[in-house]
Design a protein around this ligand. Structure first.
Ligand code: HEM
Length: 402
């Protein structure tokens, strides 16, 4: 069924079983080999599975613009109007420049000690010898506390912030359209009512944080209004939370299960941590990105019509053998793993990528320093811990050895 404002990947994959959600790579490989450019009639959507094609979709904003009325991105449509992710040059340049003022390399350098202190506290609290859920103990609290701290909202409120942002970013689900719309409207209202007074107070009394940076930010005479800052902050909390949680969770899964030698290699040479993170991003991160088709084109072979939509299957592109030899193997020494497209490409390349990378690398370094090894708990079965119709692990039970 084609709906007005949403795209549903699940209607395209038709995955039904936990096994399919947990290991979509069987299907991706088949698509790369047999139907790398595929038209889904039901959703009137083109799909590309190869690396070069996915990269082209992300980088050619004239042929594949981001301004669109249907998307996989599960934020309420009203917010699209201020959200830079749905804009194209020249408007995108302006919106991004305002936001980029808060994400400079200098900011990152200033944030490093705060991130390190939290990482040390969270890793310090991990207890060896008994099963612990590393998602709950580290992968969830780290990104949400950090982003709350950097934004300048009270970090002790992280649980409610996480709840709101989780609801706002719940994936589209054709079976729950009305229910999800209501839930999101309610969460958006509550979250907005929470953030608005914080923004107003900071306008009077700015501090050393991202909300104050956004208040000060100026680009060719434009400033953000209070409501734009509220929506931007909601967007940042959503963009940076679940994604970084997934990265950290996947990192623990991959190092335990995808390559038995990897953790030992890393203990022997902890400077490999950034490479490990790139390989996790490439190998074990499920992501699809969509665009509108800006004009009729035959660029991928078949004729695609203006205003149809196109999905770039990033996780498939990230295992395309033409770019990543032995792509189905998790190899922390791989050359060029950072060519992955998990942070996107072109003008919308993830603004928070340096922050996400820094959080994951610092967490891994602190963990490796403290624990000689770890393994999955004996009774842990990943397929039993996936979110609803999702590829992501909501819990990961591991046993640590000091
Ligand atoms: C592992 C963690 C993350 C992943 C995998 C990720 C992935 C992405 C991707 C794929 C895009 C491009 C979307 C598109 O082209 O349609 C994007 C954009 C963006 N991300 Fe991230 N992200 C992560 C973490 C973060 C964090 C921590 C922040 C900030 C706190 C952030 C803020 C943004 C923003 C503001 C954009 C929009 C950029 C633009 O449209 O110009 N992300 N991210």
């Amino acid at each position: 069924m084609k709906t007005k404002d949403q795209l549903y990947v699940q209607e395209i994959t038709q995955f039904k079983t936990k096994e399919q959600f947990w290991n979509p790579h069987v299907w991706y490989k088949e698509m790369r080999e047999k139907s790398p450019v595929f038209y889904d009639e039901q959703q009137d959507t083109w799909n590309v599975f190869l690396y070069e094609d996915a990269k082209k979709v992300l980088s050619d904003y004239q042929l594949f613009p981001s301004a669109r009325d249907r998307s996989l991105i599960p934020v309420p449509l009203e917010e699209n109007k201020v959200n830079l992710i749905f804009s194209d040059p020249p408007e995108h340049k302006k919106r991004r420049a305002l936001l980029a003022k808060a994400f400079t390399p200098r900011s990152l350098q200033m944030w490093e000690p705060r991130i390190k202190a939290l990482v040390d506290e969270l890793v310090g609290n991990l207890v060896p010898g008994e099963p612990i859920n590393i998602v709950e103990k580290l992968a969830i609290p780290l990104p949400v506390t950090i982003i709350a701290n950097l934004l300048g909202v009270p970090t002790e409120d992280w649980k409610i912030i996480k709840e709101w942002s989780d609801v706002l970013f719940l994936s589209h689900d054709l079976q729950r359209v009305k229910e999800l719309k209501q839930l999101k409207e309610q969460a958006g209202k509550e979250f907005g009512a929470y953030l608005y007074p914080i923004v107003v107070a900071k306008r009077l009394d700015p501090a050393d944080d991202i909300i104050s940076d956004l208040i000060r930010a100026e680009y060719e005479g434009s400033h953000f209004t209070d409501m734009e800052i509220v929506h931007t902050v909601m967007g940042l909390l959503g963009a940076g939370n679940e994604t970084t949680t997934t990265l950290i969770t996947n990192m623990f899964y991959s190092l335990a299960e995808d390559n038995m030698a990897a953790y030992g290699q890393l203990r022997a040479d902890p400077s490999l941590a950034p490479k490990v993170i790139e390989e996790v991003l490439r190998y074990r991160f499920n992501i699809t990105l969509d665009r509108r088709i800006g004009e009729d084109t035959d660029i991928f072979g078949p004729h695609m019509k203006k205003d149809q939509h196109i999905i770039a299957w990033i996780s498939s592109a990230n295992r395309d053998e033409s770019q990543f030899p032995n792509g189905e193997q998790f190899d922390i020494l791989r050359e060029g793993s950072n060519k992955h497209l998990t942070f996107g490409g072109g003008n919308h390349f993830c603004l928070g990528a340096p922050l996400a990378r820094m959080e994951a690398v610092l967490a891994l370094e602190a963990f490796v320093k403290r624990f000689s090894s770890y393994r999955l708990a004996d009774d842990y079965i990943p397929q039993d811990h996936l979110g609803q119709n999702s590829h992501e692990l909501k819990a990961l039970s591991i046993i640590l050895e000091e």
